[in-house]
Design a protein around this ligand. Structure first.
Ligand SMILES: CC(C)(COP(=O)([O-])OP(=O)([O-])OC[C@H]1O[C@@H](n2cnc3c(N)ncnc32)[C@H](O)[C@@H]1OP(=O)([O-])[O-])[C@@H](O)C(=O)NCCC(=O)NCCSC(=O)C[C@@](C)(O)CC(=O)[O-]
Ligand SMILES: NC(=O)C1=CN([C@@H]2O[C@H](COP(=O)(O)OP(=O)(O)OC[C@H]3O[C@@H](n4cnc5c(N)ncnc54)[C@H](OP(=O)(O)O)[C@@H]3O)[C@@H](O)[C@H]2O)C=CC1
Length: 423
């Protein structure tokens, strides 16, 4: 590959077959390996090229169903797209253990999306702020013009906020357009509004308008979930105490909080991906929210109820849509939304938050009792066997050997495979 230039004019305009041909040439004519791209599965028929640029194929990620979930009184099956073993098992397990207390209960702050307009070069930022806030109705009219469809559905601009942000070059006037984007994540809608409003704000104030883009710190679009796990469903009072200490660790130490939140995002990102939403938007929002108080902390909190049971809560920004982006275009996303019965962005967010809480419960319980390796590596053993070269029936035979020895490593798998092949 290194002998070839990466400058490929016209690559974008080439057909997918032509692009694969160019790649095959670079791989020394090894077109066989590229047969992996023959099958595009559910996004056959040109969709792959419409979704992204320079498409050559697909990277399939398994889609599974989390069972046992009850969210706001409704029994549901939750589609999750993930490459990581034990993630879905953990949600099934956690959801099963809080069914007796009714499962998960959620709340939603509303679908408000923030767009930012950066205004620079003002010697009188406070004056500019007052001017802008005084003309909110005119700003609303401009925004409504940009997306009449959203306005007709009951959405549109709700608030204008103006922040003075101290930067190295001086005070910046940062205008927030707070827009109800209803069932859309809303990036395109609010970005268009910000671009429309920026030159007008510049005209009023004499500022230099610069960046105009939504903020992924979606703290006006918060979702909360809570659940109670009876002590006898999770191994008794000692396990409750151990899990509380584990949770406290995350509150006190950002090194632990980061891993704690990674576990939560195992579940959240899997639902986000399954429904065709923007995983990067959700992840950046969640981690920024976790650091909102100054120190990076956990997205969940755990307490002991008066009865000695374990109560968990989660709160995070979830800027999800059931229209817009890939949600309406990708057939698997459409099917996932149908399986969930998610007929609004609100419902999707509520379910997703519940999955995040369930995921955290599962990891915390495993960590506070047997350790993560027992459950996680037992389920991961088949992947390790495949990585070591096992095929067909050998895969489960090697995986069973790994589990029996409690040493789930590739070296151990190779040893077991060699022994198996000698027999
Ligand atoms: C693995 C389990 C669930 C076993 O847990 P267990 O208690 O041994 O499970 P069980 O065999 O007693 O079965 C109980 C229920 O669990 C579910 N279950 C059980 N096995 C399966 C399976 N194969 N497929 C689907 N569902 C499964 C299933 O619902 C089952 O009930 P049933 O429906 O059969 O009546 C548990 O040990 C666990 O939850 N472990 C945590 C796994 C985890 O968090 N994985 C994420 C990857 S590690 C990571 O990335 C994050 C981390 C850990 O670093 C985050 C952090 O540090 O906080
Ligand atoms: N920083 C970031 O996170 C950024 C993300 N993105 C990407 O933007 C995409 C999401 O943008 P988004 O604006 O949601 O998508 P779209 O613009 O594709 O869809 C939203 C539009 O759908 C129409 N619509 C129809 N029914 C409804 C309804 N019930 N509720 C709300 N809107 C409705 C609205 O008006 P109308 O019909 O008039 O369009 C609305 O503006 C994602 O792909 C994301 O990756 C893009 C830029 C930056």
């Amino acid at each position: 590959m290194t002998d070839h230039t990466s400058r490929l004019p016209g690559f974008a305009q080439a057909s997918r077959e032509e692009r694969i041909g160019i790649l095959a040439e670079r791989l020394g004519g090894n077109a066989e390996a590229l047969q992996l791209f023959d099958n595009l599965g559910p996004i056959e028929g040109g969709l792959v090229d419409r979704l992204i640029e320079n498409a050559i194929g697909v990277m399939p990620v398994p889609l599974g169903l989390a069972t046992n979930m009850i969210v706001d009184g409704e029994e549901m099956l939750v589609p999750m797209a993930t490459e990581e073993s034990s993630v879905i098992a953990a949600v099934c397990n956690s959801a099963k253990r809080c069914r007796d207390t009714g499962g998960f209960f959620t709340s939603y702050s509303g679908s408000l999306t923030i767009a930012q307009v950066q205004l620079c070069g003002l010697s009188d930022p406070r004056n500019a702020r007052a001017q802008i806030l005084g003309r909110t109705d005119e700003i609303r009219a401009l925004c409504d013009e940009v997306d009449p469809q959203l306005t007709s559905l009951g959405g549109g601009l709700r608030e204008v906020d103006v922040r003075l942000v101290e930067a190295r070059s001086g005070t910046m006037v940062i205008v927030h357009l707070v827009v109800d984007t209803l069932d859309a994540m809303g990036a395109n809608a609010v970005n268009s509004m910000a671009e429309r409003v920026a030159p007008v704000l510049a005209g009023w104030t004499g500022a230099r308008p610069l960046l105009r883009i939504l903020s992924n710190l979606a703290d006006r679009r918060l979702t909360r979930a809570r659940a109670v796990w009876p002590a006898d469903q999770i191994g008794g009072p000692e396990v409750v105490e151990a899990m509380l200490l584990g949770a406290e660790f995350a509150e006190a130490d950002p090194y632990r909080a980061t891993t704690h939140n990674k576990g939560i995002m195992n579940g959240i990102s899997a639902v986000v991906l399954a429904t065709g939403n923007d995983t990067r938007a959700i992840e950046s929002g969640a981690h920024a929210y976790a650091a909102h108080g100054g120190q990076y902390g956990p997205l969940t909190h755990w307490e002991k109820t008066a009865e000695g049971d374990l109560a968990g809560t989660i709160e995070l920004p979830l800027s999800l849509g059931i229209v817009g982006g890939a949600t309406r275009v990708h057939p698997v996303a459409q099917l996932s939304l149908k399986i969930l019965g998610a007929d609004s962005a609100e419902k999707l967010a509520r379910i997703t938050a519940a999955v995040g809480l369930a995921q955290n419960f599962g990891a915390l319980r495993a960590l506070a009792t047997d350790g993560i390796q027992k459950g996680h590596m037992a389920l991961h053993a088949q992947n390790v066997a495949i990585a070591a070269g096992a095929e067909g029936d050998e895969i489960e035979a090697v995986a069973a050997g790994l589990r029996a020895h409690s040493r789930v490593t590739e070296a151990e798998a190779r040893k077991l495979l060699d022994d198996l092949r000698k027999d």
